[in-house]
Ligand binder design. Structure first.
Ligand code: MG
Length: 394
């Protein structure tokens, strides 16, 4: 029986993880849950899974949740909140596997705490690896614990890497669906609406990652994620646009052999792989090979999608530059989602923020969070300036 804690239980990956746990009740026990802002879902999850501890984001929700659990006769479930609450879930002594699925750097401290506490980590939170991948992977190595990627591409790479030794790897090929604007001329990018950007062709995901997929920043983050997870330089990670998203990624070895992983586009599969690694267990997620007709591939257009280029540059520089890349993107995407900036303004804003950020490695999570806050301040100011110039020019 694997005892799991989930950071981000009410998000898309959290829900899929619970669905996997539901399908294999004899294998998984849910020990602790860290929910987000959704009080109702948090309550339902606590009632269904009866974890030892549940954490909720807002302090104001904690009391309500606690009262409702008492009324439901579940007063033994401890209710905690905020960052301290998430850390408590991440380091619960009874948990041996932690799923890190909080979107953004909000999950960073808890994710790092889990690795530091010697937990095996299933990592879906790519922002943690973008901002603090060097620190997290060093800590995991120190404890001799694997970091199991849940991001579908990295999960695929992890599977393919089992076909050879690390020093036999020539190149990692990360596939990209290309997002909803693959064939939209860049001259029309100015007119892209939030609804269009949220309409991803192959994957159903949270809002931020869906916008990041539309700008290709998500793929850029995944390049950095791959560099950190597999300790490879950016030059040995290539992105390949593959609109069907059937092949989740590939590894090319020095002898010229290329191993690819393909399966259903269903996040429950990488989650199941991470949760049961190094075993594989029987599932009903079948891919019908007979239905396969054609697979298309083409190189990405970095002029049309500058975010991918920015990510390669930040990956090369490392440290504070990748922190700024992630922070600026989060702020810019939020501004786009609330309708204050245009889709085609996102890359320029991020580029300025990364350029303005410090260089050099960061030594601690506190330093990462400081650099993150600094980049956010800069980006907000940069966006305000954009908005001001727009009102004055009207
Ligand atoms: Mg991915």
């Amino acid at each position: 029986m694997k005892r799991i804690s989930i950071l981000g239980s009410t998000g898309s990956i959290g829900l899929s993880t619970l669905s996997v746990a539901e399908s294999f009740p004899e294998r998984f026990q849910v020990i602790a849950l860290a929910a987000g802002k959704n009080l109702e879902t948090a309550f339902e999850q606590a009632r269904r899974w009866k974890p030892r501890v549940i954490s909720i984001a807002a302090e104001a929700h904690a009391e309500t949740l606690s009262d409702r659990l008492k009324q439901a006769g579940l007063s033994e479930i401890e209710v905690v909140y905020g960052t301290a609450g998430t850390i408590r879930v991440a380091t619960h002594p009874e948990a041996d596997f932690v799923v890190s699925a909080i979107v953004g750097v909000g999950g960073l401290e808890a994710t790092y705490a889990a690795v530091k506490a010697g937990k095996t980590l299933g990592i879906a939170n790519k922002e943690c690896l973008v901002a603090a991948g060097e620190l997290i992977t060093a800590e995991a190595r120190k404890h001799g614990k694997p970091l199991l990627p849940i991001d579908s591409e990295h999960n695929a790479v992890h599977q393919c890497l089992r076909g050879g030794r690390m020093n036999e790897v020539e190149r990692v090929w990360l596939t990209a669906s290309g997002g909803p604007f693959l064939d939209t001329p860049s001259s029309q990018f100015h007119l892209i609406t939030v609804a269009q950007a949220l309409n991803h062709p192959t994957w159903k995901m949270g809002k931020r990652i869906t916008i990041d997929s539309a700008t290709l920043m998500n793929k850029g983050f995944e390049v950095i994620e791959a560099c950190r997870l597999f300790e490879l330089p950016p030059a040995s990670i290539s992105v390949l646009v593959h609109p069907q998203s059937t092949i989740h990624s590939m590894v090319e070895f020095v002898d010229g052999s290329i191993l690819a992983q393909f399966s259903l586009t269903d996040m429950r599969l990488p989650i199941l792989y991470a949760l049961t690694y190094p075993e594989r267990i029987q599932s009903d997620m079948r891919f019908h090979v007979n239905d396969l007709r054609h697979l298309d591939f083409r190189p990405p257009d970095m002029d049309k999608f500058p975010c991918l280029r920015l990510a390669y540059e930040a990956a090369e520089a490392g440290g504070a530059k990748t922190v700024a890349l992630n922070a600026a993107d989060e702020v810019a995407v939020a501004a786009f989602l609330e309708g204050s900036i245009h889709f085609d303004e996102i890359p320029g804003i991020i580029e300025d923020a990364v350029r303005a950020s410090n260089t050099g490695a960061l030594q601690s999570i506190a330093e990462v969070l400081e650099a993150d806050a600094e980049a956010r301040r800069y980006t907000r100011k940069r966006i305000s300036k954009t908005l001001e110039s727009r009102t004055t020019s009207v």
